[in-house]
Design a protein around this ligand. Structure first.
Ligand SMILES: Cc1cc2nc3c(=O)[nH]c(=O)nc-3n(C[C@H](O)[C@H](O)[C@H](O)COP(=O)(O)O)c2cc1C
Length: 208
């Protein structure tokens, strides 16, 4: 059974971001896709210190939720990252988490479907959305889209429930993601995954 992991960057397990993610979960369930929602934003997650010990050990030096989620991400067919907008950016906790999750893991993320979801009272949505999508687009992960940029508006969960277009965007996003996950699984069987080259790390002529 296909599986989607959803991360909630908000400290509030029943807040605005959670309301958007729950709307997606409802559709994933209808589509027969297994889900796991992980509450990230109320945890004490520090940032990456660039020690590069993960390059030797395959896991982050700080043994916390990042290392717990890493094997789940390795197994998942899709990843949704949700965040409230703080001062026009994703919130600090989810950024610290995503930096460490993506940097410390060496398994292939190629063709896992990614989607970013943001929740704002009023502004900074699209800038935050762009930041979160960058984790996917450096990792060979196709990005699912919807009928608007993936955002809801509100200060409370009750506000988001009134954002009918925002919730519609979440439902359509989940349907597109479910379709992409199934289509990629079929295409991998038929054509195999495209080859990825990793030989070059810089663009200097001497390769250093
Ligand atoms: C520190 C902080 C900064 C915020 N900055 C913004 C902002 O730049 N733009 C905005 O529209 N809302 C901002 N908000 C409001 C939240 O993003 C918004 O209420 C969001 O929907 C809350 O989601 P949650 O309930 O999932 O935490 C901010 C809230 C906090 C606590």
């Amino acid at each position: 059974m296909a599986k989607v992991l959803l991360l909630n960057g908000s400290a509030k397990p029943n807040g605005c971001t959670a309301t958007a993610l729950q709307e997606m979960i409802r559709i994933f369930e209808e589509e027969g896709i297994q889900t796991e929602l992980i509450q990230v934003g109320n945890r004490d997650i520090r940032g990456c210190v660039a020690c590069n010990s993960c390059g030797r050990t395959g896991k982050c030096v700080f043994d916390d939720l990042v290392n717990e989620v890493a094997p789940k991400f390795a197994e998942a067919d899709g990843l949704v990252v949700g965040s409230p907008v703080y001062y026009g950016s994703p919130n600090g906790t989810i950024l610290a988490f995503m930096d460490r999750l993506f940097y410390s893991t060496s398994f292939s993320k190629h063709l896992k479907v990614g989607a970013a979801v943001v929740s704002a009272r009023r502004g900074g949505n699209t800038a935050s959305f762009d930041v979160l999508n960058k984790y996917f687009t450096i990792s060979g992960m196709p990005v699912a889209s919807s009928t608007y940029w993936n955002q809801v508006h509100g200060f409370t969960a009750e506000d988001v429930k009134k954002d009918l277009e925002g919730l519609q965007t979440m439902r359509n996003l989940a349907r597109n993601m479910a379709f992409m996950i199934r289509a990629f699984a079929d295409a991998k069987k038929t054509y195999g995954a495209p080859e990825m080259e990793h030989e070059f790390f810089t663009s200097f002529p001497d390769g250093k």
